[in-house]
Design a protein around this ligand. Sequence first.
Ligand code: ADP
Ligand code: MG
Length: 257
Amino acid sequence: MALPPSPPDAATAPVIRMQGICTRFGDKVVHDQLDLEVRKGEIFALVGGSGSGKSTLLREMILLQRPDAGTVNVLGLDLHTANAAQALALRLRFGVLFQQGGLFGSLTVLENVGLPLREHRKLPSEEIDAIAARKIALSGLPPEAGAQYPASLSGGMLKRAALARALALDPELLFLDEPTAGLDPASADGLDLLIQQLQGEQGLTVVMVTHDLDLLWHAADRVAVLADGRVQGLGSMQELSTLLQPAVQTFFTGPRA
Ligand code: ADP
Ligand code: MG
């Protein structure tokens, strides 16, 4: 008797699939028929020179921007056909850490981290504070950091506070744009470990834009090199280092930005 076809393996199915992505700003072509897949549970990195379209690609994954052509599917939802309610529900399943951090200066760290919970979960105030405090601890900040205002935190602590907020709603996908940029080496190393820990212990899928080679070698499962509007090289750092494509070689030898 013939066996029924097996369902697609949920464990290895892509959580993000971008196909034929074209993005232009005026005459400038940023993405030219770009294809890319992110697998569940991996730490996926986007690298490439300044202006190669990394941040724009990230913005297209998180519904902040639409490509001019092509399809984007995130967690099973086709973004071009999704209605507003579906798009909002999807947004709540991912956390985003922007380059600027984006914490409110007038709120304490605890209040900042609690904000998404206040907006999207109907919970008593004490419970929200308790969850926020757990996320602050998970992000490697001391408990007293919760009472501090962003202006009084170091760069490394600010990143962790912003990360705690990105984790508030227990995301399945975490997007990081240059998470270690501007940090001293010790803070960058700490964040590097934290990202790996989050992936390992929380089962998160992480998509990050970075040109931090230490972070890439330590944490990235797969790296996509963007150049001339497409993915010019894809693989582990080990695999990439053996590829001879000019864009990949330039990435390893600089100049980078
Ligand atoms: P990267 O993050 O790789 O440095 P970006 O995705 O930020 O690159 O930008 C890619 C290109 O698109 C750059 O040339 C940038 O100037 C341009 N660009 C990005 N966003 C806009 C925008 N909103 N309007 C016009 N040009 C933009
Ligand atoms: Mg960028």
